[in-house]
Design a protein around this ligand. Structure first.
Ligand code: ADP
Ligand code: ASP
Ligand code: MG
Length: 416
């Protein structure tokens, strides 16, 4: 079996759905499971609906009707008119969403979030399934929540591998073309959970692992894994092949083309991962597999913008050692501050943070009771793998002061 994954950008409109079917027809040579994300920016739109819901319950109707219109427009274009079956199922989903919001009594933001955002993937896969039917392709629509079993950690649920593997094998058995959702799963009480934003790549890897798939292909709006993100860097180059290890490192440092959790299950079973362009499906793309040497062997650049640099020093000139450091890390965990980089000396400790949950002020207030705290907001963290002379020229050319620098054998990081 092969696993394909199509992200939001690839199915942002009717043309994207037609393209997905054409790619499938062109490359199909055996059984395939297709994992699909929500269409275009649907997840962001659903996030907005949740925000509004928690502020003023009445206001969600506008957001919902805009989202409905967006999907109905795609159907109209795809089927050149009406497709009663598809529209009926779509209407049913929107009704379910409205019913949920009307009857929900839980004040738990994360719980409500997962029950609502999951509709994006349900909608996209229903449309694609019906379009396949329209094109005389026999596909089976699988509710991923029947397979992907997780704990109760809403918005970033952890997998129960044992149940998930068993369910996948049962559901997929003897079916040759399956359309299912990325990103979503369910817990032991059958409530919907999600695997974290951009988690559909990970879903594809989970299905592939359970099925011992021959390969996974994730179809992107770029030619493959490049040596840097084309949104921020010029003259990007395609990496023809990389090892699982390299892919994990790149994803970990922030190369958002692959979700960081995707590689590990594939690496365990040595399932090759292809990253290819849905705009140019015949292109070679990038092959991620075991012990492949980085080719071409060039520096890879990753930037994380808008980070916060905290410099802590002891008030009484005492050393910053194990006890202080464990206290600091305890607070960072408590205040949900992802740590991007650390550096310490005898009496000072620097940490680069992502103020994702906007809790910096609270954290700093607590830290100030024990340390002098110096904050620099809005810094950029550059990570360069396979640092060389051209990379050092690149950093110099940015022309801004380097606030902190750190190097290991293969990776150099700069806070600028
Ligand atoms: P999906 O449609 O699956 O959600 P994403 O938008 O998450 O796809 O991933 C594709 C994007 O990843 C590209 O448009 C690109 O801007 C970004 N990206 C970041 N780092 C890289 C990299 N090293 N190589 C290619 N693309 C990258
Ligand atoms: N639709 C979800 C998101 O936008 C999951 C994904 O696309 O991978 O985050
Ligand atoms: Mg995405």
């Amino acid at each position: 079996m092969k696993v394909f994954k199509f992200g939001g950008a690839s199915v942002k409109d009717a043309e994207g759905v037609r393209n997905l079917v054409n790619i499938f027809k062109a490359v199909k040579d055996q059984d395939t499971l297709i994992v699909v994300s929500a269409m275009g920016k649907t997840t962001n739109a659903l996030e907005k609906i949740i925000e509004v819901y928690f502020k003023n319950k009445k206001d969600t109707s506008l957001g919902i009707s805009l989202l409905k219109e967006f999907h109905l427009e795609i159907i109209k274009n795809l089927f050149q008119g009406k497709n009663i079956d598809c529209e009926t199922e779509l209407n049913k989903l929107f009704k379910e969403l409205q019913e949920f919001l009307k009857s929900n009594k839980s004040p738990d933001y994360s719980f409500v979030y997962d029950q609502v955002v999951s509709f994006g993937e349900l909608l996209s896969t229903i449309i694609i399934h019906h379009f396949m039917k329209f094109k005389k392709i026999d596909s089976f629509w699988l509710d991923a929540r029947k397979c992907i079993k997780t704990d109760d950690y809403y918005r970033s649920a952890d997998l129960n591998w044992e149940f998930t593997q068993k369910n996948i094998l049962e559901q997929v058995e003897k079916r040759s073309l399956i359309i299912t959702q990325g990103f979503i799963g369910s817990n032991s009480n059958h409530f919907t959970t999600t695997l974290g934003r951009e988690g559909s790549d990970y879903s594809a890897a989970i299905f592939a692992y359970a099925l011992n798939a021959e390969s996974v292909t994730i179809w992107k709006d770029v030619p493959g894994v490049l040596n840097s993100d084309p949104r921020y860097f010029q003259n990007t180059k395609l990496l023809n092949q990389i090892s699982y290890r390299e892919a994990i490192e790149l994803a970990f440092y922030g190369a958002s083309v692959i979700h960081p959790k995707t590689i590990q299950p594939l690496q365990q079973k040595e399932i090759p991962l292809y990253v290819k362009s849905f705009e140019n499906p015949k292109g070679k793309g990038t092959l991620v597999s075991k012990e492949k040497k980085l080719e071409p062997n060039i520096p890879c650049y990753i930037v994380k913008m808008d980070q916060v640099l905290l410099r802590l020093s002891s008030i009484d000139f005492s050393f910053i050692v194990e006890e202080n450091i464990s206290y600091i890390f305890g607070l960072l965990h408590e205040y949900q501050m992802p740590v991007e980089l650390i550096q310490n000396s005898a009496i000072s400790f620097s940490v680069c943070l992502n103020n994702k949950y906007k809790r910096l002020e609270e954290l700093v207030l607590v830290l100030r009771s024990r340390f002098n705290v110096h904050i620099t907001k809005n810094v950029d963290l550059y990570t360069i793998r396979h640092f060389d002379h051209t990379a050092s020229q690149f950093i110099r050319k940015i022309g801004k002061p380097i606030l902190l620098e750190q190097r290991t054998q293969e990776t150099a990081q700069f806070i600028i």
